[in-house]
Structures are given as structure tokens and as C-alpha cells.
Design a protein around this ligand. Structure first.
Ligand code: DGJ
Length: 727
């Protein structure tokens, strides 16, 4: 049994083949944390709760028969506010008396096979009976608030999924002021925080820095996850490297305001909280009502950051992305945005399709500008009917012409947005988010629709349904180009306005669920001005997300490396565009470390370029399985090395290797042999280009021979891509 309960010591152990998580019901039914790390066989781990010595400033419970116990210095499983633990709290409930003292204690538990779905929320799921779940009920006897702590482990991965359901079983209403998804109390601050930050056009710069005493936090208050920070955090032992050492990776399956707070206490022990950002969050719970938190995913690795990433990658493809396209071969597409922006009509799109077909491209995506009166970004969001002045003869006619060429067709939407200059706004001005008595701010000339409202969602769903159901649309790009300000809903009563941000996210999930359920055959790609909403919540619905509006391959190195910390490579939307000084070869080499596609005017390619593109299309097919299902290794990081970036894919059977180097500037050691990780030392690998044979051991420990490559005179984004096959 992977989850066991030792009745004598009152210890729960959750074991996978390489990972153990343990917690304990301590005296007076405190839920204390014991261990999270490499698999251990022992059962009595109770001494692990002692991390410090009781002092006169640590409050204690006189009923506990232990002079060393105080909630203030003990690792806690789901710490609460105001009842003896002064560190950051996962749960704080304001009760009918007006105070926010919260104190939950163990009541009961159950262990069962499988994993429950979380109502209204995306979450990881079981596949082939590989999951087991522990549900612990803990009660605050004064308010009657019950916390149901959910823990699921998966037989095939060192992963723990956690969430909390809060139920008001009392007689009076309460307000949840903090309701994090999970807490992790670790025993040492000899760790670095690893996360990524950015902005529009420059997402996902990886940072690594030592933990410090006090509280450090990464957050979003933008209504969406945003490109500024991502709901991902890893704590890596200071000595851990890319391929060695212990790392705890955490990711929140959520697309709204989030917080990852880390407090290092005076004993040097870090506490990590992950969940909905408590700023602007107040959830009103009447008796009998309940609240479900989003899910936090925790990955343990003792093979460094690389091992953590590979676990996230495969785990998400197996247990999070629910689209039927996740493991089905996806069509190679060309997108009209950078090719034409708003300047297109039906004939131009058909020309694109004709050229694309000739190059081997399989799908044309018509981006922004096909609907309402949309000829620039000033108007028409919300008016999801076809602009027949542009698409003469209508959308069906256009799609028939494109399909007749043997090319599939995809379309762009921005369902959550509304321009003040739109028919929808003129009919329903109160559907745009705005706080009472205030103007709404404008961003990209647009406002955000109040997705907390059923009538708004129904309207947008119906408009989308009318277009999609009548046309042979096989792909949708779901964009989202601004964040939420003046947050309030015209229809929520004042005591529920604090629920606005979370209700917004639930509304988006509801609409996305309705669209993907109505049209399961459609390949959905999320986008938010590039990677502004790149998170596991979105991955649940769409197996790929446009990673950035920046399509320059050199800039993309940092963007894609950062995202690869936790997101699968085949989820990173990446295209070859005309918007770069780097060679077509390098643009493709980098886009191949992602979904791969094109975003340029194919009519403008020279004959020589067309030959190169045809070869790239062939490579896309040749390497598809290796890239989509293989193991990804970051070898030289562009944020640590200003000169070089190296990465590699290795097939699961270790017979195939695809190595890529991009030279950003010339370093002194560019021609040195480079050691390749993750190979089979016993195998013999043939370099397909040169015919040279290396043992796996030589490539791993002596290195790949780079002495004969021409990296050019200057560091201008030269690249090499090498493919090896083992006998
Ligand atoms: C932002 C996206 O990131 C772009 O790819 C493009 O779809 C534009 N929006 C269209 O407005």
C-alpha cells in the first residue's frame, strides 16, 4: 500500500518508489509534519517533529504532555492563524465574533484508490489506477470550520498533489481570509530559491538565490498569473546542481492571483505556503457551504533541477493535460499574426495556405482581426461575428478554400475581453469590470469582461458556438491581453466582492471547459500577450501555450529555458518568424525546442529559404517523438552563461539523442569537448552527420567533439543541431 497509517505512532506515510512524505497526529490532535524527501523504509519518524527548544516566548498548550512542544517551533501540516504558531499561516478564518483565531485539529481520515476531481477547478488526475489519496478531516471546534486536507500520490512519479476543502459545519457565517493550498515545513535553510520572472516580451528569466531569514515571496495580484512571476518555486539544496542533489519543486494549478511565501524562522527552518494570494481575497462561507482550494503539485528530485523538470514534464503529460491532442501528433501550423497583423482578407489567407501547403505545413491559423469591425486593436473585442467585408463569402467559404488545398484551419479568439468601442459594450456596458463609482482603466484599448457572471459567459459561449459549430475549425488560439483593475462585479453583493478574483478564474475555467467539452476535437492553444498566463491551470485545457510574443531565437533561449523548469517542452508555443537577424537555421533550432511552427509571410521566402524550410519540416517529423516524449536536458543555461546555450533530448530507450548549441557571443572555450548527460554509457552512438561513433561513456565523460565546427567570426546566433542514434 503506498499510503499507510501506523496506528501506534499515529503516523501517515505516503510512499512512491523514490519518495516519502510523512505526517503525524500529535498529542491533542495537532497535525504535525515529519518528512518530505527521498524514500525511507522506517515507520517511526516521530522524533522529526523536534526542531528547536521550547523557550519562554513560545506559547504552549497545557494539555500537551511534552515540555518541548509548541506549535511555534514545530513543523505543522496546515498551520493556522493566532493559536500558537507565529509564523505565516495557511489558514485564517474570521468568525462571527469578529476575531480571526483559527485552530484545526485532526478528527478522522480515509485512504482510497484514485483521485477525486476538484469541483470547478483544473487538477491532476489518475490514469490507469496509479493514484492513491489520503483525506484528513481537521476541525476548528469554535467556528465549526472543517478543513479536509487532500493528498494524492502517484505510483509512477515522485509527486504529491495537495489541496484543501474548507466546509462551514457551524451555525454562523465565517470569512476565509487566507486559504492556501498547501504548506511545506522543511528542516534546513541551506537552500536556494529558484523561480522565474519577466514581463511582456521577456518572460521566464530564471533566478537562483539563497534563502534568507524573514519572509520572501513571489506573487501575482493581476487577476491572471501574469508574466511577472510564475506560480512555480523550487527549493534546491545549496549544493544541488542541474543534474545532482536534492530539489523540491512546487507548482500551483491555478491561473489567477497566487502567492508562494517562504518564511525562514529563527531556527533556520523554511516554511513554504502556496495558494491563492490572500491580498484581495475574502471568501464568505454560510453554514453548510464549502470552498475548494486550487491544487499544489510538489515534485521531489535527488537528481537536481534537471531531474525535477523531467518529472514535471512527463507527469503533466500523463496526469494533467487532458486534451486528446496531448499525445496525438499535432499539425504543423503557420500563424497569420506576424505575417500580416490586421492586414489580411480571404484571398491573402488562401495564398498563405497555398504557399504553406507547398512547404509541407499542415494548418493555417487566422489570428486577430477576422471579426466585427476589427481592423486594428482599438475596437470590436466582444463582437464575435465574421467580418464579411474582409472574408468575402464568409468564413465557411474561406475554410472550404483552405481545406481544398489540403490545409487545416484554426482561428483566434480573446473571449474574456471587450472594447468600449464594440456592439457588445454598447448593449451591456455593465459587463465590463469596474468598481462602483469608478472609471475602468484601459489597457490595449480594452476592458475585461465580468466572467464571474453566468449571463456574460453564456453570451460569449453562444457567440463562439455559433461560429465554431458551423465551420470546420480544428484549432483555437485563446488570447488574453490585459489584466484586471478596478476589480468588482456589478452583481455581487458587498460581502461577496472579496471573492471577485477567484470567481473570475472559476468563470474562465467554466467557459474553457464548456468550449473544450463541446468541441473536444479542437486543439486549443492558450496565450496571454505571449506567456502572460503560462500555468498548469491552462495546461489542463490546452496542451500548448504561446510562450512569448518575442520570436527572436536568442531572446527565446532564456524564455524557453525558464519555462522548461516545470512545463513540458511540447507545451511551449514556439514559431520561426521573420522578426530576427538570426539565421533561419537558428530560428528553427530554437523553435524545435517547443511546439514548432511558422509565423511569417511564406510568399516572401526566397527559393533558397524555401528549401531550408522544407528540410525543417522534414526534421519536425523526424524528431517529433524524441522532442515530445523524450527527456530534456538543459546543459548550458543562457542566464548563467552569456556566450552559449546547449540543450539535448534523449529518447526514453536512450537510443536517440538530439543535441543543440546556440552561440550568442564567442567565448574562449567554444571548441572544447562538451559532456552530454543522460546517455547509456554502454551504448555506441553514431553522429548521423559525420558517421563518427562515440561510446555513451565517452560522450558523457570525455565530451562531444566540437573542434571542427564553424561557429563564425562573431557571436551572431550560430547554431548546431546534432542527431545521434545508438546501435
Ligand atoms: C497577442 C498574442 O500574443 C499575439 O500572438 C497575437 O495573437 C496578438 N495578441 C493579437 O492581437
Amino acid at each position: 500500500m503506498p499510503i499507510t497509517f501506523d496506528e501506534q505512532h499515529r503516523i501517515f506515510k505516503l510512499d512512491t518508489p523514490s519518495f516519502t512524505y510523512a505526517l503525524m497526529i500529535y498529542q491533542e490532535n495537532y497535525l504535525t509534519h515529519l518528512y518530505c524527501g527521498a524514500r525511507i523504509p522506517d515507520t517511526d519518524l516521530s522524533y522529526l517533529i523536534y526542531r528547536g527548544r521550547f523557550s519562554s516566548l513560545s506559547p504552549y498548550n497545557t494539555k500537551v504532555d511534552d515540555p518541548f512542544f509548541s506549535a511555534d517551533i514545530t513543523p505543522m501540516e496546515y498551520p493556522t492563524n493566532g493559536a500558537g504558531d507565529f509564523r505565516i499561516a495557511a489558514l485564517s478564518v474570521r468568525n462571527a465574533n469578529g476575531d480571526a483565531v483559527t485552530d484545526i485539529r485532526y478528527v478522522s481520515h480515509k485512504i482510497y484508490d484514485g483521485k477525486p476531481a476538484l469541483p470547478g477547478l483544473p487538477a491532476t488526475f489518475d490514469r490507469d489506477g496509479k493514484a492513491q489519496t489520503l483525506e484528513i478531516e481537521a476541525l476548528d471546534t469554535v467556528t465549526g470550520v472543517k478543513a479536509v486536507l487532500l493528498y494524492t500520490i502517484f505510483e509512477d512519479y515522485p509527486v504529491l498533489a495537495r489541496s484543501v476543502r474548507l466546509e462551514n459545519t457551524g451555525n454562523a457565517p465565517v470569512v476565509l481570509e487566507r486559504a492556501y493550498s498547501a504548506c511545506l515545513d522543511l528542516p534546513t535553510m541551506d537552500m536556494d530559491m529558484v523561480h522565474f520572472y519577466g514581463r511582456w516580451n521577456k518572460e521566464n528569466t530564471t533566478v537562483r538565490h539563497p534563502l534568507q531569514h524573514g519572509i520572501q515571496s513571489i506573487q501575482s495580484k493581476r487577476g491572471m498569473t501574469g508574466p511577472n512571476h510564475n506560480p512555480f518555486l523550487a527549493l534546491a539544496k545549496s549544493s544541488a546542481t542541474e543534474e545532482t542533489g536534492e530539489v523540491w519543486g512546487m507548482n500551483l494549478v491555478y491561473s489567477g492571483n497566487f502567492a508562494f511565501d517562504v518564511e525562514v524562522d529563527t531556527q533556520g527552518c523554511p516554511r513554504v505556503l502556496m495558494g491563492i494570494n490572500p491580498t484581495d481575497f475574502r471568501w464568505h462561507l454560510e453554514p453548510g457551504e464549502s470552498f475548494q482550494s486550487p491544487e499544489a503539485v510538489l515534485v521531489y528530485s535527488n537528481t537536481g533541477l534537471g531531474g525535477m523538470s523531467r518529472t514535471f514534464h512527463h507527469f503533466y503529460l500523463d496526469h494533467l493535460c487532458r486534451s486528446q491532442w496531448t499525445k496525438k501528433k499535432r499539425p504543423l501550423l503557420i500563424n497569420s499574426w506576424e505575417a500580416a497583423f490586421f492586414d489580411f482578407d480571404d484571398d491573402k489567407l488562401v495564398e498563405f495556405a497555398k504557399e504553406a501547403k507547398e512547404l509541407g505545413i499542415e494548418m493555417l491559423v487566422m489570428d486577430d482581426g477576422w471579426f466585427g469591425d476589427r481592423n486594428d486593436d482599438h475596437r470590436a473585442l466582444g463582437d464575435w461575428y465574421v467580418n464579411e467585408k474582409k472574408l468575402k463569402g464568409g468564413l465557411s467559404h474561406l475554410i472550404e478554400r483552405v481545406n481544398a488545398l489540403g490545409v487545416k484551419f484554426g482561428i483566434w479568439y480573446e473571449p474574456e475581453m471587450i472594447n468600449p468601442d464594440s456592439d457588445l459594450y454598447r448593449a451591456h456596458p455593465d459587463w465590463a469590470i469596474r468598481a462602483k463609482g469608478r472609471e475602468h482603466s484601459i489597457s490595449r484599448y480594452q476592458c475585461v469582461l465580468d466572467m464571474t457572471r453566468q449571463d456574460v459567459r453564456d453570451n460569449i459561449f453562444q457567440q463562439m458556438y455559433d461560429v465554431i459549430s458551423k465551420n470546420n475549425i480544428e484549432y483555437i488560439k485563446w488570447d488574453c491581453n490585459r489584466h484586471i483593475t478596478e476589480a468588482a462585479s456589478a452583481v455581487l453583493p458587498p460581502e461577496h466582492q472579496g471573492e471577485f478574483f477567484h470567481r473570475y478564474v472559476l468563470g474562465v475555467y467554466d467557459l474553457m471547459d464548456r468550449i473544450t467539452t463541446a468541441f473536444p476535437h479542437i486543439l486549443l492553444e492558450n496565450c496571454s500577450s505571449g506567456g502572460g498566463r503560462f500555468d498548469p491551470g491552462m495546461l489542463y485545457f490546452s496542451p500548448q501555450i504561446w510562450a512569448s510574443d518575442n520570436t527572436d531565437p536568442i531572446e527565446r533561449l532564456t524564455i524557453q529555458f525558464g519555462a522548461s523548469l516545470c512545463y513540458p517542452i511540447p507545451s511551449l508555443g514556439a514559431h520561426v518568424s521573420a522578426n530576427s537577424r538570426a539565421s533561419l537555421k537558428t530560428r528553427a533550432a530554437v523553435a524545435m525546442c517547443g511546439t514548432f511552427g511558422y509565423e511569417l509571410d511564406p510568399r516572401k521566402l526566397t527559393e533558397e529559404e524555401r528549401d531550408i524550410v522544407r528540410k525543417q519540416v522534414a526534421d519536425y517529423h523526424k524528431y517529433y517523438d524524441l522532442i515530445h516524449y523524450g527527456d530534456f536536458y538543459r546543459i548550458t543555461s543562457p542566464t548563467e552563461n552569456p556566450f552559449l546555450c546547449d540543450w539535448q533530448f534523449v529518447s526514453q530507450d536512450k537510443k536517440e539523442v538530439l543535441f543543440t548549441r546556440v552561440v550568442m557571443r564567442h567565448p574562449e572555450n567554444m571548441y572544447l569537448p562538451l559532456c552530454l548527460p543522460g546517455l547509456d554509457p554502454e551504448k555506441f552512438y553514431t553522429d548521423e552527420e559525420t558517421g563518427k561513433v562515440y561510446s555513451g561513456a565517452l560522450l558523457m565523460h570525455g565530451g562531444l567533439d566540437l573542434s571542427s565546427y564553424d561557429f563564425g567570426e562573431n557571436g551572431d546566433g550560430t547554431s548546431i543541431v546534432k542527431y545521434f542514434v545508438a546501435k
